[in-house]
Design a protein around this ligand. Structure first.
Ligand code: HEC
Length: 144
């Protein structure tokens, strides 16, 4: 009995310590993401609702259909992309914005529009940077 109680305590301790570490990692990631967002995205994108300028607002971007803001004039290339932004496809997009859309549009047969994506961002070289920006977007811009 005594032994199984200490085993439960041990398991709980490891479990709690593990989730604290995980929470700390998410917070660290979101903080790193803020700096990455400021340096790489904020010149074009606002995080405020309805505030689209030269680029669409990223308020609530995760869970939003691609190219769906009514007050922004998207390129035909991005409008041809029929999907909802998830953490997964946003990550792929941020690693190589141009290639993802080009491939998709070629397979859809929209060869004329496919070179028209207007986001001149080369993509993050390190997938961890994309993860951090996504963690930040989830915190500041809501999930949907
Ligand atoms: C130099 C300006 C510029 C920079 C820098 C930039 N973007 Fe963009 N982004 C755009 C433009 C313009 C579009 C619209 C593309 C189109 O219409 O083809 C866009 C589109 C997007 C979309 C699709 C939005 C929607 O409504 O579907 C996402 C998501 C996005 N950008 C995220 C980012 C993130 C995250 C960063 C930083 C890592 C970034 N962008 C950096 C200009 C930029």
């Amino acid at each position: 009995m005594r032994r199984s109680v200490s085993l439960v305590v041990l398991v709980l301790t490891v479990w709690i310590a593990g989730s604290v570490a995980w929470a700390e990692e998410s917070v660290t990631s979101a903080i790193a993401g803020e700096e990455l967002f400021d340096n790489n995205c904020s010149a074009c994108h606002s995080l405020d609702k309805g505030d689209s300028g030269i680029a669409p607002s990223l308020y609530g971007v995760i869970g939003r259909h691609v190219a769906s803001l009514p007050n922004y004039g998207y390129s035909a290339a991005i409008k041809a992309y029929d999907m909802v932004w998830t953490e997964d496809n946003l990550k792929r997009y941020l690693l190589n914005p141009q290639a993802q859309f080009r491939c998709h549009n070629l397979t859809m047969g929209h060869t004329q529009e496919c070179l028209g994506i207007r986001m001149p961002f080369r993509g993050f070289a390190d997938p961890k940077e994309a993860d951090a920006v996504i963690a930040y977007l989830k915190v500041v811009a809501g999930k949907n």
